[in-house]
Design a protein. Structure first.
Length: 226
């Protein structure tokens, strides 16, 4: 290849980098906008009317323990300009924008998890996944928020096993356990409120559609992750 051709290729490459940057980086991946309303603990509304679902987190649903705390934590963002970033996922099935939210140097998605206000919920692996998992491990070790430990007598001997589309509850206590007011949840929206005495060693709950980790809460706090 002669010098003239090599020079032409180099100039063309420089032109692409300088004048056509969107071929290498999409400016749509990071944008600023103003938050006007907090919908719940993991969803906000922007000034343009768009609803943003915070990526990598899942807050308690309305009526569940922790719902108000997560929502109230985000209220300081109302009226504030934030930076919004997306990586591999742009919208969820409800057509909400999926975003990481930054306010100044504060990474809001991570803050929610680190304070035990939400659980980590990663749809697709990206550059923030390990950081969010680390934040949840920190909150669990410190017994923060949702992860405050239960002191109920049966909290040390109830175990869960996920089997296809059902959950098996195992009782390793020497006594029957009153599980009324207890709750099983996956990392997503699926949740089951319990309202019975567990007599004997096993009980099976059918039609549970979550996969992966299961969380168990008693009347007084967090029992465990299974």
């Amino acid at each position: 290849m002669n010098t003239f051709i090599r020079g032409g290729i180099f100039i063309f490459f420089v032109f692409l980098v300088v004048f056509v940057p969107n071929l290498f980086y999409s400016s749509d991946k990071i944008k600023s906008s103003r938050v006007i309303r907090i919908i719940d603990g993991d969803t906000v509304e922007l000034a343009n009317g768009v609803h943003v679902r915070l990526l990598g987190v899942n807050a308690p649903e309305k009526g569940k323990e922790g719902y108000d705390e997560a929502k109230d934590y985000l209220r300081f963002l109302e009226g504030k300009e934030v930076m919004l970033e997306w990586t591999k996922e742009e919208k969820d099935k409800y057509f909400r924008d999926l975003r990481y939210v930054f306010y100044g140097k504060r990474f809001i998605n991570r803050e929610l998890i680190m304070n035990g206000l939400v659980n980590e919920y990663i749809f697709k692996e990206d550059k923030y996944s390990d950081e969010l998992r680390g934040a949840e491990n920190f909150a669990m070790k410190k017994d923060l928020g949702l992860w405050k430990r239960s002191s109920e007598i049966c909290s040390d001997c109830i175990f869960l096993r996920l089997e296809r589309d059902s959950v098996k509850i195992e009782n390793n206590c020497a006594v029957d356990c009153d599980l009324s007011g207890w709750m099983i949840r996956g990392r997503g929206r699926e949740a089951i409120d319990l309202d019975f005495f567990l007599e004997g060693k096993h009980y099976e709950l059918e039609s549970f559609n979550e996969t992966g980790d299961l969380f168990l809460w008693g009347r007084e706090g967090f029992v465990g992750m299974f």
